[in-house]
Design a binder for this molecule. Structure first.
Ligand SMILES: *Cc1c(COP(=O)(O)O)cnc(C)c1O
Length: 221
């Protein structure tokens, strides 16, 4: 079933790309395996998927340590909040971190990346709907924060990531993130989940993070 779901999602990505006049291969599908067991990940790998997203450092470590030994070309993306006390493990484990969202974390990442001589690629998470409870840099502070990351900490920021407000039409938020990226000369956009990845692709997403449509529904955590 996972193999079928994956191929269905890939077809939908390709179609959305073509509708938007984009090349399907310019869109990276991150299979979000959070809460699902290692066996589910192995089934996705057997179906050809190589890029996975997790939102907790410890869960990812436990799930992927054997898998990564067996499949060295698997890439792992952190898409959930990162506490500074987990930065060491995160830098060691992840190839891409989508949730750089505050100065203290930028400092901790820079220090740990130098110490481990590892450079996970970095996305800045933007609180695109300026929601009280949500992580991310406010849109109006994004330019300053990117500058701080680069100039103060020598970090190279690759793109922006967002999770739009739950109940709203996501498109205006995707458009806004795209504009912010353009204003800051960033080429990568991590946006779009199971319910809205086609809209995200039409608005310029380069990375879509899809869980439910591949692995099925999750237990509430
Ligand atoms: C869980 C999660 C996803 C995947 O969500 P689905 O709706 O299951 O596709 C994408 N992005 C983030 C940040 C997530 O936490």
């Amino acid at each position: 079933m996972i193999a079928d779901n994956l191929s269905e999602v890939q077809k939908r990505i390709a179609k959305a790309a073509l509708v938007a006049g984009r090349r399907p291969e310019d869109i990276t599908l991150i299979a979000v395996s959070k809460t699902h067991p290692a066996e589910a990940v192995r089934m996705a790998i057997a179906a050809g998927q190589k890029i996975f997203g997790e939102n907790r450092v410890q869960e990812a470590e436990a799930k992927f340590s054997d898998i990564r030994n067996a499949f060295p070309d698997i890439a792992l993306h952190l898409i959930g909040p990162l506490q500074t006390n987990k930065v060491k493990e995160a830098v060691a484990l992840f190839d891409v971190i989508h949730t750089l969202d505050r100065p203290k974390l930028a400092a901790a990442l820079a220090k740990e990346m130098a110490r481990q001589n590892r450079t996970p690629r970095l996305f800045v998470e933007v609180n695109i709907g300026a929601e009280d409870q949500k992580a991310g840099i406010l849109p109006e502070h994004t330019a300053d924060f990117i500058r701080l990351c680069c100039e103060e900490h020598g970090l190279r920021i690759e793109g922006l990531m967002c999770i739009p407000p739950h109940q709203d039409d996501p498109r205006p938020y995707f458009e806004k993130l795209r504009q912010l990226a353009e204003d800051n000369s960033l080429s990568k956009l991590s946006m779009g989940m199971s319910s809205d990845f086609e809209s995200a692709i039409e608005c310029g997403a380069t990375h879509v993070r899809v869980g439910t449509a591949i692995f099925g529904t999750r237990e509430k955590v």
